[in-house]
Design a protein. Structure first.
Length: 565
């Protein structure tokens, strides 16, 4: 009744109160969008870019991948003469050399030096005296007086350059000797008095003289004149001179006379022999002399030369680069920086390859199981339960033993191929089960949604429903679990190598795990650099792949679509 009254009142209003409205024709149309539509991939990239931790992680992963790709090709140590290094570069003279970075030269950090504490004065003098071109003693960091009996002795803390290894005796062919002489002439090395070749030392002559000296001291006659009744004296002389001879052989940079006679007048067969000084305070040298009294720089016999060279400079001449190791060297003198790059590359390829196979099998298996459900799902799940119940380590050991004993397979693949095949089978055997379970769970989540039912009503086939409607919505979770599978495989390989269950090193390969195992064998306290750098790489891979996977999960999560702004 009230509505009728309002209508009547409206109809009774005067016409003068109403005016015709002028409507612009343009207002009758919708305005065009000023922004472009955002594609799925572009939206995913925008969502990924909002996760700063994932961006940083992806950059670190990219740097590690570039390091693993570039270094094995760019490092000069990877291109050494295969005749000199048939199994790859190594030089045991630089075993356990410390990490060297030219940016930190002279700082005491990452500059190839180490501090040796508790060194006696004889050791200190030994480091000071060298006819090498490179001084091993960098600095004396501390001197302490320690009481010993009624007196005291000085104990030194010395900073030593691990690359200044002194002089070494080498044997070269005539052509190699001619090249070395020509090189020194071309470089003008003779003028700078920094010749690579050093005078030979005549240890045999000095030891013979020292025997007579000891015999005179102990029996007042020469060594050859000792009788059977003086056999004990002769034995003492032989033992002492054998000790000194071995000491000279182990320290070819020593060019001066040594004595085993202690301050108490007794002869010692242990420790460090003392240096014999001339009256002017310089050490008495034992350089080999020719008939004219000149220093002898080489011996020639049977078509080869015996030389005593400054090994650092000789290495540079021979290989064309200085023997510095960015991450240090292992017990064989192999470059850890190069081996870690090749090991990281191998571990990444192994991880990515196994992960891709597992993802492919797992997605197909989980899709079928989750989509069809019922008896199909029940049978497939029981099969995966049986598969996952067998530990992969057992599969690995069984495959390794069987493949190694298979002559034809070993001939076809070699030791390297056998280990890789065994590892591949062991981790693919049950590695896909986790991906299959995740895929199955996502299919159960999405297959009953309205848009899936609508598509089925419109006649969509099973394949279209699986790959066009359900799988894209599950891809966020699948990508996260799949990306995390890569570091999982790498970590599994590293753990097995570290524990000695598998050993790729014997087959000529290096991996992060084999480098960790070498570092463990070397000892953390003695050579920490061998364990430090592989640990840093594997830690970065574990953390960064985790963060990277989280970013991909958010990026491919369709429920977050529209949150890009």
């Amino acid at each position: 009744m009230e509505n009728n009254n309002i209508s009547l009142e409206t109809n009774n209003l005067p016409k003068e109160l109403f005016k015709k409205s002028k409507i612009d024709a343009e207002t009758l149309h919708d305005q065009a969008f000023e922004t472009k539509p955002i594609s799925f991939l572009k939206g995913a990239l925008m969502r990924f870019a909002k996760n700063k931790a994932s961006i940083v992680a992806s950059i670190i992963i990219a740097v590690i991948i570039l390091y693993a790709i570039i270094v094995p090709f760019a490092s000069p140590k990877a291109h050494v003469n295969s005749t000199d290094y048939p199994t790859g570069f190594y030089d045991s003279n630089f075993s356990y050399a410390l990490p060297y970075n030219p940016m930190f030269k002279g700082t005491g950090f990452w500059d190839g030096t180490e501090v040796k504490t508790g060194q006696s004065e004889d050791v200190y003098e030994k480091y000071k005296l060298t006819d090498s071109n490179h001084q091993p003693l960098v600095a004396v960091t501390d001197i302490k007086e320690e009481k010993m009996g009624s007196g005291s002795i000085k104990m030194y803390s010395l900073r030593i350059d691990s690359y200044a290894i002194g002089n070494k005796v080498i044997y070269v062919s005539e052509s190699q000797y001619d090249k070395l002489v020509s090189y020194e002439k071309e470089q003008g090395i003779y003028k700078t008095k920094k010749s690579i070749m050093k005078p030979l030392v005549d240890v045999a002559t000095y030891i013979s003289q020292y025997k007579d000296q000891m015999a005179q001291d102990l029996a007042h006659k020469n060594y050859a004149e000792l009788t059977a009744a003086e056999a004990s004296i002769k034995t003492t002389i032989d033992n002492v001179t054998d000790f000194m001879n071995n000491y000279y052989n182990q320290n070819s940079d020593i060019y001066y006379k040594l004595t085993a006679k202690t301050s108490s007048g007794k002869y010692s067969q242990t420790g460090y022999p003392s240096i014999v000084y001339a009256k002017d305070g310089t050490p008495e040298t034992i350089y080999k002399k020719d008939k004219e009294g000149n220093d002898v720089y080489f011996d020639y016999a049977n078509g080869r030369y015996t030389l005593r060279v400054d090994y650092f400079d000789y290495f540079t001449f021979k290989n064309g680069f200085e023997p510095y190791y960015f991450f240090g060297a292992n017990s064989m003198g192999e470059d850890i920086f190069l081996r870690l790059a090749t090991g990281t590359r191998f571990s990444l390829l192994l991880g990515v390859g196994i992960s891709l196979i597992n993802i492919l099998i797992g997605v197909i298996w989980g899709s079928l199981s989750g989509y069809y459900g019922g008896k199909v799902d029940l049978i497939m799940e029981r099969f995966t339960d049986i598969i996952s119940a067998i530990p992969s380590i057992i599969i690995l050991k069984v495959c390794s033993v069987q493949f190694i004993n298979n002559t034809s397979l070993k001939t076809a693949l070699g030791d390297t191929g056998i280990y890789i095949l065994a590892f591949l089978i062991a981790f693919v055997y049950s590695g896909w089960v986790g991906v299959a379970g995740t895929t199955r769970m996502q299919f159960y989540r999405f297959k009953g949604q309205e848009y899936v039912l609508a598509s089925r009503t419109l006649g969509a086939k099973d394949g279209r429903l699986i790959f066009k409607h359900i799988l894209p919505n599950a891809i966020g979770t699948l990508v996260t679990s799949s990306v995390l599978m890569i570091p999982s495989v790498i970590f599994s390989e590293s753990s097995l190598s570290y524990l000695g269950i598998i050993n790729f090193t014997t087959s000529g390969l290096s991996s992060i795990g084999s480098l960790l195992e070498e570092g463990q064998q070397a000892g953390l306290q003695s050579h920490p650099h061998m364990l430090l750098f592989p640990c840093i790489i594997i830690s970065l891979l574990m953390i960064c792949f985790n963060l990277f996977g989280n970013g991909l999960r958010d990026a491919f999560n369709t429920s977050l679509k529209g949150s890009e702004e």
